[in-house]
Write a protein that binds this ligand. Structure first.
Ligand code: PEP
Length: 243
């Protein structure tokens, strides 16, 4: 089965590095084929450079966020339509860093997902429990609550969900294969029974070349969302061809 391999560069890199990454990944893609779908989400100012450099490849581009509004007096915001205009196919919504640093809520995510879908983008909706919730066995309750942002999107085929335990993001701590499988299966079951959705479920949290194959081989995992290890083309490529 084709897996979805998504890079989240966060606020890292330079224009020079972006061009270098594109050259390297294009060369790697010419050497070895992959049946997987690759998406790169750079910082917004580098989207156009990435699109241009990768136009001859099958690699897709995505944004790390979009506005909840269509247009207007929203200084600093980027609309989903603008992202579509520039050639994006995907957009991350609800990343834990947005939840923590910007106090974004389910109601806001719902609006962002609406804008993304209206603009023809595939939202990748990120969910995940904190360390304290994990330790207190509250993972399923937390995820169920976060998934309520999808209430208005029943049966929509264009939604992707990324399960990212917050304690595994950027920490080097990876959830156990058993936890990843069980939690992704729980998300899948909840989405199907409560929202008639059957999206790709991605796992994210310290995925690297060395652990990608065991994670991507889990039956409930449709792909991975990769932060730190996606900044180097050679490391990201190892993940892209891990299965
Ligand atoms: C992320 O930011 O979504 C992420 C999973 O980061 P990392 O791979 O660095 O843990």
């Amino acid at each position: 089965m084709t897996k979805l391999i998504v890079a989240n560069w966060k606020m890292n890199g330079t224009l020079k590095n972006t061009h270098k990454f594109c050259q390297q990944i294009t060369a790697l893609a010419q050497e070895t084929e992959t049946k997987n779908t690759l998406v790169i989400c750079p910082p917004a100012p580098y989207l156009d450079a990435l699109r241009n450099d990768l136009k001859k490849s099958d690699i897709k581009i995505g944004a790390q966020d979009c506005s909840a509004a269509l247009e207007g007096a929203y200084t600093g915001e980027v609309s989903a339509q603008m992202l579509d205009d520039i050639g994006c196919d995907y957009v991350l919504i609800g990343h834990s860093e947005r939840r923590q640093q910007h106090k974004e809520s389910n109601a806001l995510f719902s609006k962002k997902i609406h804008q993304a879908l209206d603009a023809g983008l595939q939202p990748i909706f990120c969910i995940g429990e904190s360390d304290a919730d994990y330790e207190a066995n509250r993972t399923q309750d937390v995820l169920k609550e976060q998934l309520k942002a999808l209430e208005n999107f029943k049966k929509n085929k264009n939604i992707v969900v990324a399960y990212e335990p917050v304690w595994a993001i950027g920490t080097g701590k990876v959830a156990s294969p058993e936890d990843i499988q069980n939690t992704c299966a729980f998300v899948e079951k909840t989405l199907s029974s409560e929202y008639a959705l059957s999206p790709f479920i991605l796992y994210g949290g310290s995925v690297k070349g060395e652990n990608a194959s065991s994670i991507l081989s889990l039956p409930a995992v449709g792909g991975v969302l990769v932060g730190g290890a996606s900044l180097k083309a050679s490391e990201f490529w190892k993940i892209a061809i891990a299965v």
